[in-house]
Design a binder for this molecule. Sequence first.
Ligand code: PSU
Ligand code: MN
Length: 335
Amino acid sequence: ASSALSRLANLQRHFHPADSHWKGGNNNAGVGTIKISPDVSEALSHGRAVVALESTIISHGMPYPQNLETAKELEAIVRENGAVPATVAILDGVPCVGLSVEDLERLANLGTRAQKTARRDIAHVVATRGNGATTVSATMIFASMVGISVFVTGGIGGVHRHGENTMDISSDLTELGRTPIAVISAGVKSILDIPRTLEYLETQGVCVAAYKTNEFPAFFTETSGCKVPCRIDTPEDCARLIDVNMKLKLGTGILIAVPIPKEHSASGSLIESAIQRALKEAREKRITGNAETPFLLARVNELTGGASLASNIALVKNNVLVGAKIAVSLALLQE
Ligand code: PSU
Ligand code: MN
Protein backbone atom coordinates (compact mmCIF):
# COMPACT_ATOMS: atom_id res chain seq x y z
CA ALA A 1 0.00 0.00 0.00
CA SER A 2 2.84 2.43 0.72
CA SER A 3 4.27 2.10 -2.79
CA ALA A 4 0.80 2.74 -4.20
CA LEU A 5 0.61 5.87 -2.08
CA SER A 6 3.95 7.24 -3.14
CA ARG A 7 3.13 6.50 -6.78
CA LEU A 8 -0.11 8.40 -6.36
CA ALA A 9 1.67 11.31 -4.70
CA ASN A 10 4.14 11.49 -7.57
CA LEU A 11 1.43 11.43 -10.19
CA GLN A 12 -0.51 14.17 -8.50
CA ARG A 13 2.43 16.38 -7.67
CA HIS A 14 1.52 18.83 -10.40
CA PHE A 15 -2.15 19.38 -9.87
CA HIS A 16 -4.39 20.18 -7.00
CA PRO A 17 -6.75 17.26 -6.35
CA ALA A 18 -9.52 19.53 -5.12
CA ASP A 19 -9.50 21.42 -8.42
CA SER A 20 -11.76 19.03 -10.25
CA HIS A 21 -12.51 21.55 -12.99
CA TRP A 22 -8.88 21.99 -13.83
CA LYS A 23 -8.45 22.06 -17.58
CA GLY A 24 -5.46 22.31 -19.89
CA GLY A 25 -4.37 25.57 -21.47
CA ASN A 26 -2.78 28.00 -19.04
CA ASN A 27 -1.74 25.19 -16.76
CA ASN A 28 1.56 24.54 -15.10
CA ALA A 29 1.11 20.78 -15.03
CA GLY A 30 4.07 18.98 -16.50
CA VAL A 31 3.70 16.67 -19.43
CA GLY A 32 3.40 13.17 -18.05
CA THR A 33 1.02 14.22 -15.35
CA ILE A 34 -2.20 12.30 -14.92
CA LYS A 35 -5.26 14.02 -13.53
CA ILE A 36 -7.01 11.83 -10.99
CA SER A 37 -10.48 12.90 -9.88
CA PRO A 38 -10.87 13.67 -6.16
CA ASP A 39 -13.10 10.66 -5.40
CA VAL A 40 -10.87 8.20 -7.26
CA SER A 41 -7.80 9.65 -5.57
CA GLU A 42 -9.48 9.38 -2.16
CA ALA A 43 -10.55 5.76 -2.76
CA LEU A 44 -7.10 4.72 -3.97
CA SER A 45 -5.29 6.28 -1.06
CA HIS A 46 -7.57 4.35 1.37
CA GLY A 47 -7.31 1.06 -0.54
CA ARG A 48 -11.02 1.11 -1.43
CA ALA A 49 -12.49 -0.59 -4.49
CA VAL A 50 -12.10 1.27 -7.80
CA VAL A 51 -13.29 0.13 -11.22
CA ALA A 52 -11.76 1.63 -14.37
CA LEU A 53 -13.95 2.15 -17.45
CA GLU A 54 -12.85 2.96 -21.00
CA SER A 55 -14.08 5.79 -23.23
CA THR A 56 -13.81 4.50 -26.83
CA ILE A 57 -17.00 2.61 -26.09
CA ILE A 58 -18.62 6.03 -25.47
CA SER A 59 -17.18 7.90 -28.45
CA HIS A 60 -16.86 5.19 -31.10
CA GLY A 61 -18.75 2.18 -29.76
CA MET A 62 -22.27 3.57 -29.40
CA PRO A 63 -24.34 6.36 -30.96
CA TYR A 64 -25.46 9.50 -29.12
CA PRO A 65 -27.44 9.72 -26.83
CA GLN A 66 -27.35 6.04 -25.80
CA ASN A 67 -23.59 6.40 -25.27
CA LEU A 68 -24.05 9.14 -22.65
CA GLU A 69 -26.91 7.37 -20.88
CA THR A 70 -24.91 4.15 -20.78
CA ALA A 71 -21.75 5.85 -19.52
CA LYS A 72 -23.70 7.43 -16.65
CA GLU A 73 -25.56 4.21 -15.85
CA LEU A 74 -22.32 2.22 -15.74
CA GLU A 75 -20.85 4.64 -13.22
CA ALA A 76 -24.06 4.40 -11.15
CA ILE A 77 -23.93 0.58 -11.11
CA VAL A 78 -20.32 0.68 -9.91
CA ARG A 79 -21.29 3.02 -7.05
CA GLU A 80 -24.40 1.02 -6.09
CA ASN A 81 -22.15 -2.00 -5.65
CA GLY A 82 -19.71 -0.28 -3.35
CA ALA A 83 -16.89 0.75 -5.68
CA VAL A 84 -15.76 4.04 -7.22
CA PRO A 85 -15.90 4.38 -11.03
CA ALA A 86 -12.87 5.76 -12.87
CA THR A 87 -13.65 6.45 -16.51
CA VAL A 88 -10.42 7.14 -18.40
CA ALA A 89 -9.95 9.61 -21.30
CA ILE A 90 -7.52 12.27 -22.52
CA LEU A 91 -9.09 15.73 -22.36
CA ASP A 92 -7.26 18.76 -23.78
CA GLY A 93 -4.12 16.66 -23.81
CA VAL A 94 -4.37 15.59 -20.18
CA PRO A 95 -4.85 11.91 -19.34
CA CYS A 96 -7.73 11.78 -16.85
CA VAL A 97 -8.63 8.94 -14.50
CA GLY A 98 -12.14 9.63 -13.20
CA LEU A 99 -14.39 11.98 -15.18
CA SER A 100 -17.03 14.48 -14.10
CA VAL A 101 -20.54 14.35 -15.60
CA GLU A 102 -19.56 17.36 -17.75
CA ASP A 103 -16.53 15.44 -19.03
CA LEU A 104 -18.72 12.46 -19.91
CA GLU A 105 -21.16 14.77 -21.73
CA ARG A 106 -18.32 16.34 -23.64
CA LEU A 107 -16.94 12.99 -24.76
CA ALA A 108 -20.36 11.67 -25.72
CA ASN A 109 -21.01 14.80 -27.80
CA LEU A 110 -17.61 14.65 -29.44
CA GLY A 111 -18.34 11.10 -30.57
CA THR A 112 -15.95 10.09 -33.31
CA ARG A 113 -14.41 13.61 -33.29
CA ALA A 114 -12.57 12.43 -30.18
CA GLN A 115 -9.52 10.54 -31.33
CA LYS A 116 -9.62 6.81 -30.85
CA THR A 117 -6.54 6.40 -28.67
CA ALA A 118 -4.68 3.13 -28.30
CA ARG A 119 -1.17 2.81 -26.81
CA ARG A 120 0.53 4.01 -29.99
CA ASP A 121 -1.63 7.18 -30.14
CA ILE A 122 -1.17 8.44 -26.58
CA ALA A 123 1.95 10.57 -27.06
CA HIS A 124 0.50 12.27 -30.13
CA VAL A 125 -2.84 13.10 -28.50
CA VAL A 126 -1.12 14.50 -25.41
CA ALA A 127 1.50 16.46 -27.39
CA THR A 128 -1.17 18.11 -29.56
CA ARG A 129 -3.46 18.71 -26.56
CA GLY A 130 -6.16 16.70 -28.23
CA ASN A 131 -9.18 14.85 -26.92
CA GLY A 132 -8.63 11.12 -26.88
CA ALA A 133 -11.10 8.34 -26.20
CA THR A 134 -9.01 5.56 -24.74
CA THR A 135 -9.34 2.01 -26.03
CA VAL A 136 -8.76 -1.01 -23.83
CA SER A 137 -4.97 -0.79 -24.27
CA ALA A 138 -4.67 2.90 -23.38
CA THR A 139 -7.17 2.60 -20.52
CA MET A 140 -5.18 -0.32 -19.06
CA ILE A 141 -2.03 1.81 -19.10
CA PHE A 142 -3.43 4.81 -17.21
CA ALA A 143 -5.53 2.75 -14.81
CA SER A 144 -2.58 0.55 -13.94
CA MET A 145 -0.24 3.56 -13.54
CA VAL A 146 -2.39 4.97 -10.76
CA GLY A 147 -2.80 1.60 -9.02
CA ILE A 148 -6.21 0.37 -10.23
CA SER A 149 -6.45 -3.44 -10.52
CA VAL A 150 -9.89 -3.95 -12.09
CA PHE A 151 -11.13 -2.57 -15.40
CA VAL A 152 -14.47 -3.31 -17.04
CA THR A 153 -15.40 -3.00 -20.68
CA GLY A 154 -17.81 -4.58 -23.19
CA GLY A 155 -15.53 -6.39 -25.56
CA ILE A 156 -11.82 -6.22 -26.20
CA GLY A 157 -10.11 -6.08 -29.57
CA GLY A 158 -8.47 -9.19 -30.98
CA VAL A 159 -7.01 -10.85 -34.03
CA HIS A 160 -9.07 -9.75 -37.01
CA ARG A 161 -10.42 -12.29 -39.46
CA HIS A 162 -7.70 -12.71 -42.09
CA GLY A 163 -5.32 -11.28 -39.49
CA GLU A 164 -2.81 -13.96 -40.48
CA ASN A 165 -2.43 -11.96 -43.72
CA THR A 166 -3.16 -8.36 -42.69
CA MET A 167 -1.43 -8.64 -39.30
CA ASP A 168 -4.33 -6.61 -37.92
CA ILE A 169 -4.08 -7.65 -34.28
CA SER A 170 -5.44 -5.28 -31.64
CA SER A 171 -2.88 -3.75 -29.31
CA ASP A 172 -5.31 -4.74 -26.55
CA LEU A 173 -3.76 -8.22 -26.73
CA THR A 174 -0.14 -7.12 -26.37
CA GLU A 175 -1.18 -4.75 -23.60
CA LEU A 176 -2.71 -7.67 -21.71
CA GLY A 177 0.69 -9.30 -22.05
CA ARG A 178 2.55 -6.44 -20.42
CA THR A 179 0.26 -4.58 -18.01
CA PRO A 180 -0.95 -6.19 -14.79
CA ILE A 181 -4.63 -5.32 -14.58
CA ALA A 182 -7.70 -7.54 -14.74
CA VAL A 183 -9.96 -6.78 -17.69
CA ILE A 184 -13.56 -7.94 -17.41
CA SER A 185 -15.30 -8.29 -20.78
CA ALA A 186 -17.94 -10.37 -22.55
CA GLY A 187 -15.21 -12.00 -24.62
CA VAL A 188 -14.62 -10.83 -28.17
CA LYS A 189 -17.05 -10.31 -30.99
CA SER A 190 -17.25 -12.79 -33.79
CA ILE A 191 -16.29 -9.91 -36.15
CA LEU A 192 -12.89 -11.22 -35.01
CA ASP A 193 -11.09 -14.54 -35.29
CA ILE A 194 -11.78 -15.93 -31.83
CA PRO A 195 -9.55 -19.05 -31.90
CA ARG A 196 -6.55 -17.03 -33.10
CA THR A 197 -7.28 -14.34 -30.52
CA LEU A 198 -7.04 -16.97 -27.77
CA GLU A 199 -3.83 -18.39 -29.27
CA TYR A 200 -2.31 -14.92 -29.30
CA LEU A 201 -3.28 -14.34 -25.67
CA GLU A 202 -1.63 -17.63 -24.74
CA THR A 203 1.57 -16.52 -26.47
CA GLN A 204 1.41 -13.25 -24.56
CA GLY A 205 1.14 -15.20 -21.31
CA VAL A 206 -2.28 -13.83 -20.42
CA CYS A 207 -4.44 -15.73 -17.94
CA VAL A 208 -7.85 -16.10 -19.61
CA ALA A 209 -10.66 -17.08 -17.26
CA ALA A 210 -14.34 -17.55 -17.99
CA TYR A 211 -16.94 -16.63 -15.39
CA LYS A 212 -19.38 -19.43 -14.51
CA THR A 213 -18.73 -21.23 -17.81
CA ASN A 214 -16.10 -23.43 -19.46
CA GLU A 215 -16.34 -21.66 -22.79
CA PHE A 216 -15.01 -18.34 -23.99
CA PRO A 217 -18.06 -16.16 -24.76
CA ALA A 218 -18.49 -14.39 -28.12
CA PHE A 219 -19.89 -11.06 -26.89
CA PHE A 220 -23.46 -11.25 -28.31
CA THR A 221 -23.70 -14.97 -27.61
CA GLU A 222 -22.67 -17.06 -24.63
CA THR A 223 -20.64 -19.55 -26.59
CA SER A 224 -17.87 -19.50 -29.17
CA GLY A 225 -16.97 -23.17 -29.39
CA CYS A 226 -13.61 -22.33 -27.74
CA LYS A 227 -12.74 -23.72 -24.30
CA VAL A 228 -10.86 -21.59 -21.77
CA PRO A 229 -8.03 -22.87 -19.57
CA CYS A 230 -9.59 -21.53 -16.38
CA ARG A 231 -13.13 -21.31 -15.01
CA ILE A 232 -14.10 -19.11 -12.05
CA ASP A 233 -17.46 -19.14 -10.33
CA THR A 234 -17.41 -16.32 -7.77
CA PRO A 235 -16.17 -12.72 -7.44
CA GLU A 236 -14.10 -13.85 -4.44
CA ASP A 237 -12.23 -16.41 -6.55
CA CYS A 238 -11.63 -13.77 -9.24
CA ALA A 239 -10.21 -11.49 -6.54
CA ARG A 240 -7.89 -14.26 -5.33
CA LEU A 241 -6.63 -14.79 -8.88
CA ILE A 242 -5.90 -11.08 -9.28
CA ASP A 243 -4.24 -10.91 -5.87
CA VAL A 244 -1.93 -13.85 -6.66
CA ASN A 245 -1.05 -12.37 -10.06
CA MET A 246 -0.04 -9.12 -8.33
CA LYS A 247 1.85 -10.75 -5.45
CA LEU A 248 3.87 -12.95 -7.81
CA LYS A 249 4.61 -9.81 -9.89
CA LEU A 250 3.93 -11.74 -13.09
CA GLY A 251 3.48 -8.43 -14.85
CA THR A 252 0.82 -9.77 -17.19
CA GLY A 253 -2.85 -8.89 -17.33
CA ILE A 254 -5.82 -11.15 -16.71
CA LEU A 255 -8.82 -11.45 -18.98
CA ILE A 256 -12.03 -12.42 -17.21
CA ALA A 257 -14.75 -13.24 -19.72
CA VAL A 258 -18.33 -12.92 -18.52
CA PRO A 259 -21.01 -14.30 -20.86
CA ILE A 260 -23.91 -12.07 -21.87
CA PRO A 261 -26.98 -12.82 -19.69
CA LYS A 262 -29.25 -15.40 -21.38
CA GLU A 263 -32.26 -13.10 -21.64
CA HIS A 264 -30.24 -10.54 -23.65
CA SER A 265 -28.26 -12.85 -25.88
CA ALA A 266 -28.93 -11.99 -29.49
CA SER A 267 -29.98 -14.49 -32.07
CA GLY A 268 -26.67 -15.97 -33.12
CA SER A 269 -27.69 -16.43 -36.75
CA LEU A 270 -29.09 -12.88 -37.06
CA ILE A 271 -25.85 -11.42 -35.73
CA GLU A 272 -23.69 -13.76 -37.79
CA SER A 273 -25.35 -12.81 -41.08
CA ALA A 274 -25.04 -9.10 -40.21
CA ILE A 275 -21.37 -9.64 -39.40
CA GLN A 276 -20.74 -11.42 -42.69
CA ARG A 277 -22.37 -8.58 -44.61
CA ALA A 278 -20.52 -5.87 -42.63
CA LEU A 279 -17.19 -7.65 -43.20
CA LYS A 280 -17.88 -7.84 -46.94
CA GLU A 281 -18.72 -4.12 -47.03
CA ALA A 282 -15.59 -3.25 -45.07
CA ARG A 283 -13.50 -5.09 -47.65
CA GLU A 284 -15.33 -3.45 -50.58
CA LYS A 285 -14.90 0.02 -49.05
CA ARG A 286 -11.31 -0.85 -48.16
CA ILE A 287 -11.84 0.08 -44.51
CA THR A 288 -8.78 -1.08 -42.62
CA GLY A 289 -6.64 -0.30 -39.59
CA ASN A 290 -8.21 1.29 -36.54
CA ALA A 291 -11.28 2.35 -38.54
CA GLU A 292 -12.35 -1.25 -39.02
CA THR A 293 -13.66 -2.03 -35.53
CA PRO A 294 -15.84 1.13 -35.24
CA PHE A 295 -17.16 0.57 -38.79
CA LEU A 296 -18.12 -3.03 -38.09
CA LEU A 297 -19.75 -2.18 -34.74
CA ALA A 298 -21.88 0.58 -36.27
CA ARG A 299 -22.82 -1.42 -39.36
CA VAL A 300 -23.79 -4.56 -37.41
CA ASN A 301 -25.98 -2.36 -35.25
CA GLU A 302 -27.71 -0.84 -38.31
CA LEU A 303 -28.18 -4.20 -39.96
CA THR A 304 -29.75 -5.74 -36.85
CA GLY A 305 -32.09 -2.78 -36.43
CA GLY A 306 -30.62 -1.77 -33.09
CA ALA A 307 -30.85 -5.28 -31.62
CA SER A 308 -27.11 -5.46 -31.25
CA LEU A 309 -26.97 -2.10 -29.45
CA ALA A 310 -29.54 -3.25 -26.88
CA SER A 311 -27.55 -6.45 -26.29
CA ASN A 312 -24.34 -4.45 -26.10
CA ILE A 313 -25.71 -2.13 -23.41
CA ALA A 314 -27.13 -5.03 -21.40
CA LEU A 315 -23.89 -6.98 -21.40
CA VAL A 316 -21.71 -4.03 -20.42
CA LYS A 317 -24.00 -3.34 -17.48
CA ASN A 318 -23.72 -6.98 -16.43
CA ASN A 319 -19.93 -6.85 -16.75
CA VAL A 320 -19.82 -3.75 -14.58
CA LEU A 321 -21.93 -5.46 -11.92
CA VAL A 322 -19.54 -8.42 -11.83
CA GLY A 323 -16.47 -6.16 -12.00
CA ALA A 324 -17.64 -4.01 -9.08
CA LYS A 325 -18.15 -7.14 -6.94
CA ILE A 326 -14.67 -8.37 -7.88
CA ALA A 327 -13.12 -4.99 -7.00
CA VAL A 328 -14.90 -4.96 -3.62
CA SER A 329 -13.73 -8.55 -2.88
CA LEU A 330 -10.19 -7.59 -3.84
CA ALA A 331 -10.20 -4.55 -1.56
CA LEU A 332 -11.36 -6.76 1.34
CA LEU A 333 -8.69 -9.34 0.56
CA GLN A 334 -5.94 -6.71 0.49
CA GLU A 335 -7.08 -4.82 3.61
N1 PSU B 1 -15.00 -4.25 -29.32
C1 PSU B 1 -16.27 -4.01 -28.95
N2 PSU B 1 -16.61 -2.74 -28.59
C2 PSU B 1 -15.71 -1.72 -28.57
C3 PSU B 1 -14.36 -2.00 -28.95
C4 PSU B 1 -14.06 -3.28 -29.30
O1 PSU B 1 -17.09 -4.90 -28.95
O2 PSU B 1 -16.06 -0.57 -28.24
C5 PSU B 1 -13.32 -0.92 -28.88
C6 PSU B 1 -12.53 -1.03 -27.56
O3 PSU B 1 -12.19 0.28 -27.14
C7 PSU B 1 -11.29 -1.77 -27.99
C8 PSU B 1 -11.08 -1.22 -29.38
O4 PSU B 1 -10.17 -1.55 -27.16
O5 PSU B 1 -12.38 -1.10 -29.93
C9 PSU B 1 -10.21 -2.12 -30.23
O6 PSU B 1 -9.95 -1.48 -31.43
P1 PSU B 1 -8.92 -2.11 -32.47
O7 PSU B 1 -9.61 -3.36 -32.99
O8 PSU B 1 -8.75 -1.06 -33.54
O9 PSU B 1 -7.68 -2.41 -31.72
MN1 MN C 1 -6.26 -2.98 -35.64
